[in-house]
Ligand binder design. Structure first.
Ligand code: SF4
Length: 433
């Protein structure tokens, strides 16, 4: 789902918004900056004065107008005091008072009947995994895809592969670097297909970017797990290429992968991951899984879970299958009941949470270079609110450290990962002197 978040009032309201943002992202949803693009808009209201209530109601009205078909969720003090307005009058789909705020993300995902499905590839502004901010920018390197995965509408909507020239991309990287960006994320519909139309390839592009720019970090967004070419992982010998790839598996059952018309079976995926892990230290593999694809029996689901456990992922985006008109999969027999998708998604999310915790735990007592991205009150259940700054290591492990401002005025700092926060979502880090 695309989620748009808005808060009025105090710092606490802002902090809550930040933690919902993180939870929504970790549950596989995307944050969008405009209500028009949102499936769900969440407003955290304020009731400290009559004026604050008036502003809250005005904002609710405006967001309802801007997103007439999206769901509208309202929480915060004006809900608890009963001043947010009647749900029917304002077109609010869900009211959540302050006492249930901690469960807001769960309530939204459980009670609003919206299925989620990936568009098929990570595109600029569509990434659930990477936040765009002052330090990080997305570079679109190509568009289109020559494949026809049976659930994917993107390829139908975007047509054949078209790559940008290497020079164009390098000019953009250099410009962004001059403007203060420290990390670029290479994105496209089928990143691995880069160059197919201009007699080039992804390896050549990355080699040129590393040679002709001084951007400190280069990262891949979502890359389909094929078309990567011989010797691809040797690129990571250059430590400016971050040791993390989001490789969408989509299912761990070969039967389902065939029905999806994917170009990668479980054996291929396993050997790709092995290659990455053998060649690159601390390599983080994250993935997407579509739950409840037509024809997915309990047997296929168990196979899939078994394979996912065998590989182990630093993060999994769990998507519930929903048919897209115009795709082959939409017309397939044996569509799966929503209740089954929901139960399987919950099972996989629990497994994914455990895997992320294991992945972070395995890195404790090691050091990483952290790019600091923001400061806010990141709080685990039961913890006292304290100011933290947060950021990501090279392999995209999220870390926090207790401070009001990013160390050394932001930028990249060496840190030791000391513990996993109780929720298992990020590591606590100590800055190395
Ligand atoms: S590889 Fe498949 S899922 Fe990815 S863009 Fe192409 S058709 Fe869509």
């Amino acid at each position: 789902m695309n989620i748009h978040l808005k808060a009025l009032g105090c710092r606490l309201n802002e902090a809550e918004l930040e933690s919902w943002a993180l939870e929504f992202q970790q549950a596989g949803h995307q944050l969008v900056t405009n209500a028009q693009d949102a499936d769900v808009t969440v407003v955290n209201t304020c009731a400290v004065t009559k004026e604050a209530v008036r502003k809250s109601r005005k904002l609710i009205n405006r967001l309802r107008r801007e997103s007439p078909y999206g769901k509208l969720v309202v929480s915060g003090c004006a809900v608890s005091t009963g001043e947010a307005g009647s749900a029917t009058e304002l077109g609010i789909d869900l009211l959540i008072d302050n006492s249930k705020k901690n469960q807001l993300v769960k309530n939204v995902t459980d009670s609003l009947p919206i299925s989620i499905m990936p568009e098929g590839a990570t595109l600029p502004a569509e990434s659930a995994l990477f936040a765009r901010n002052r330090q990080r920018a997305f570079i679109k390197i190509q568009d289109g895809c020559r494949y026809r995965c049976s659930y994917c509408i993107v390829t139908i909507a975007r047509g054949e592969e078209q790559s940008r020239s290497i020079k164009d991309i390098i000019d953009e990287v250099n410009r962004l670097h001059r403007e203060g960006v420290e990390e670029i994320v290479l994105t496209g519909v089928h990143v691995g297909g880069y160059g197919s139309d201009i007699q080039s390839n992804l390896t050549e592009l990355v080699t040129e970017i590393l040679a002709s720019t001084e951007i400190p970090r280069v990262r891949f967004a979502s890359v389909e797990p094929w078309d990567l070419g011989e010797g691809f992982f040797t690129l990571f010998e250059n430590q400016r290429l971050m040791p993390h790839m989001h490789l969408p598996l989509q299912s761990g059952s070969d039967f389902i992968l065939r029905r999806m018309a994917r170009r990668c079976r479980t054996d291929d995926f396993e050997s790709l991951v092995k290659q990455a892990r053998n060649q690159v230290k601390n390599f983080n593999v994250t993935t997407d899984i579509i739950v409840g694809f037509p024809g997915e029996t309990d047997q296929h689901w168990s196979e899939s879970i078994e394979f996912i456990e065998k590989i182990g992922f630093g993060h999994i985006h769990v998507f519930s299958y929903s048919p897209r008109a115009g795709t082959k999969a939409a017309g397939m027999q044996d569509q799966i009941a929503e209740s089954v998708k929901k139960q399987r998604s919950a099972e996989l999310r629990t497994l994914a949470d455990q895997m992320r915790k294991d992945f972070i735990t395995a890195q404790l007592d090691t050091t990483g270079l952290v790019l600091w991205e923001g400061n806010h009150t990141l709080r685990s259940p039961g913890e006292q609110p304290k100011p933290h700054v947060f950021g990501y290591t090279e392999n995209y492990t999220r870390v926090r450290t207790e401070a009001r401002e990013a160390p050394n005025g932001g930028g990249i700092t060496s840190c030791r990962l000391t513990s996993v926060e109780p929720g298992g979502k990020f590591a606590d880090a100590q800055i190395c002197n």
